[in-house]
Design a protein around this ligand. Sequence first.
Ligand SMILES: Nc1nc2c(ncn2[C@@H]2O[C@H](COP(=O)(O)OP(=O)(O)OP(=O)(O)O)[C@@H](O)[C@H]2O)c(=O)[nH]1
Ligand SMILES: [Mg+2]
Ligand SMILES: [Zn+2]
Length: 220
Amino acid sequence: MSEQTIPGRVPVVQKLLTANEQVAADNREYFAARHVTVINIMASPGAGKTTLLLATIAALPELRIGVIEGDVASQVDADKIAETGTPVVQINTGGACHLDAPMIRRAMPELPLDDLDVLFIENVGNLICPVSFDLGQSYNVGLISLPEGDDKPYKYPAIFEAVDLVLVTKLDLRPYLDFNLDRFTELVHGLNPDAPVLCLSAKTGEGLGEWLRWVKTHLG
Ligand SMILES: Nc1nc2c(ncn2[C@@H]2O[C@H](COP(=O)(O)OP(=O)(O)OP(=O)(O)O)[C@@H](O)[C@H]2O)c(=O)[nH]1
Ligand SMILES: [Mg+2]
Ligand SMILES: [Zn+2]
C-alpha cells in the first residue's frame, strides 16, 4: 500500500543529505564559529591559482591567511605558499580529480583556525567535478586564464553557475590572444547574472586591487 492511499497522511519526501554534504555542513559550522571566511578556488590546471594566492598573500599582510592546497600528487604548490610563512596544508588526493568535505575535515586540525581571518582552498585543477562537492566554503571563486579561450562558459556551464566571482587571469597576455572579454562576460552573465567578472594579472599586478577589495569586503 502506498502512503498516498492512507487517509489523513501526507507523504513528505525529503532529500537526505549525502555523506559529503553532512561533513560539509559540519565544516561550515566549525569555520563560522571561528569567523574564518573560506574561499574555494576552482579552475583548470595552470590557470594561475597558486600564483594568485602568492600575490594575494604578499598584498594583504594585515590579513591572517591560511591555505589548503589540493593536488593529485606532489607538494610543490604548498612549498611555495609555506615559503611566505603562511600556514598551509597540502592534500594529495592520490588520483581523485576534486577535493571533498572529508578531505578538508582531515586537514583542519593542521591549521591554526582560531587565528585565521581567511582560508583559501586551492581545489584540484579541473573545471568539471570540484563544483559537485561542497567543502563547507563561504564562497566559490572561478578562475579562467586568457589562453583557455572565451567559450568556456558554453562548455563548462556548471562551474560558472556555481561561483560567486569570476576572475579572468593572465591579463598581461591579452595582446597575444583573441580572448573577447565582452563576449565572455556576456556568456557568464547568461548563466549567473549576479557574478562579478574581474580581470587581473598576478604577474603585473594589473586589476589585482579589485580582487583584494572583493576579498576584504567578503570577510565574515
Ligand atoms: N603571464 C602570466 N603568467 C601567469 C600568470 N599567473 C600565472 N602564470 C603562469 O602560469 C603558470 C601556472 O600558474 P600556477 O599559478 O601554477 O597555476 P595553477 O592554477 O596553480 O596550476 P595547478 O595547481 O597546476 O592547477 C605558471 O608558469 C605561472 O607563472 C599571469 O598573471 N600572467
Ligand atoms: Mg596550483
Ligand atoms: Zn573529480
